[in-house]
Design a binder for this molecule. Structure first.
Ligand code: CA
Length: 369
């Protein structure tokens, strides 16, 4: 099987979506007639990753064998490294890798998790990931949590999404919200707090102690992601599990976090190396006894790819992340991933297990320059 052409484009989920809110899709076409589906990180609509795919990768991989996905990934990473592996290039390579694994599964007639060595589980619980709580009142935070409890999540994560240039802006308010959510859900329900890089080291220690008293499960990205040593310092000083890594795009970056003392890492499949990259992370984490809990806020292609990898890991210490529970990003799929009674069920069909509706793709696609 040879690659004949790749097609990188945005998908408009709702008519009039601004460019930065669209999905970033990749189709890889082959001479066998099989097509692979990939998705880049849709931060700012994934525009820069799609541009790299269109202008710097497309011509370089015509004629390549999709089964050479790891060689293709590493060759392109080194060829294009000056475009910035910590960002848009990582997203582009991730989209390509996911599409090549989809092709591999379709060619061999197996779901991807089988090609990764088999699934420890094919039913995956999820946690509800709830953003923008920094600007909500205590009552509004509780209302948002109540709404998401209806989906039967195994856990709830409240994200703060504050202005990263204003650390420690309202620690008493943050503690009040964390406490109110704990009172709402009861003592036994698993909760996580995502600081979205909103604290100094001192602020993070203070917040972390409060979360320990409130019985939170993990404390995510307490300080700026680029202060790796400080992230590790917070992790080592607190008893609560401190997590980080959703803004880490390389294997060596994940290794740095682990060396610093972080014991739960959250690389994102649409940012770092796709399935190939995340499986390398899994080996690194297994070797160091570190929890791998992928960040995952893309509800369709990326989400499905991430679940195949999670299913193949022996340790599933935390549920999968589910950000947007609405069906608005399901429109282009015959069989979008939908949880049933609080669990996603991995499809048994070849590849990712996702089929596009061509007419919907055609009507929603936005070509890039
Ligand atoms: Ca996060």
């Amino acid at each position: 099987m040879k690659i004949t052409r790749i097609d990188a484009f945005q998908i408009e989920w709702t008519p009039g979506d601004p460019a930065e809110r669209r999905g970033a899709f990749l189709l890889v076409h082959t001479d066998s007639g099989i097509t692979g589906l990939g998705e880049a990180s849709p931060m700012q609509g994934g525009l820069v990753s799609l541009t790299i795919l269109k202008h710097h990768i497309a011509s370089a991989i015509i004629g390549a064998d999709p089964l050479d996905h790891a060689v293709i990934h590493d060759r392109l990473l080194h060829k294009l490294v000056k475009l910035g592996p910590e960002g848009a290039l990582g997203g582009a390579l991730a989209a390509l890798d996911i599409a090549l694994w989809d092709l591999k599964g379709k060619l061999l007639g197996q779901p991807i998790y089988k090609l990764l060595g088999g699934a420890w589980r094919t039913e995956l619980p999820f946690y509800a990931s709830i953003g923008n709580n920094g600007v909500r009142s205590v009552d509004e935070v509780c209302k948002a949590v109540e709404t998401r409890l209806r989906d039967k999540p195994s856990a709830i994560k409240i994200r703060f999404d504050n202005d990263r240039t204003k650390p420690d802006i309202d620690i008493p308010g943050d503690i009040a919200k964390a406490r109110a959510v704990r009172q709402l859900v009861g003592d036994d329900f698993p909760l996580a707090f995502d600081a979205n890089n909103g604290f100094t080291v001192g602020g993070a220690i203070r917040m972390g102690r409060a979360l320990e008293d409130l019985g939170y499960w993990w404390f995510e990205e307490p300080v700026q992601h680029y202060h790796v040593a400080q992230m590790g310092e917070v992790a080592r000083k607190l008893d609560i599990t401190v997590s980080a890594g959703e803004q880490t795009y390389t294997l060596s970056g994940v290794a740095d976090l682990i060396s610093a003392g972080v014991r739960m890492v959250q690389p994102d499949i649409v940012k770092m190396g796709g399935i190939t990259g995340l499986m390398r992370c899994a080996a690194l984490c297994q070797a160091h006894g570190v929890e791998l809990v992928p960040h995952q806020t893309q509800p369709t292609i990326g989400h499905m790819a991430s679940m195949h990898v999670s299913a193949a890991q022996p340790h599933a210490t935390k549920p999968c992340e589910l950000d947007d529970p609405s069906p608005r990003r399901h429109a282009v799929f015959v069989n979008p991933p939908r949880p049933v009674d609080g669990r996603f069920h991995l499809p048994q069909t070849p590849g990712l297990g996702l089929d596009l509706i061509p007419a919907e793709v055609a009507s929603r696609r936005i070509d890039i320059g």
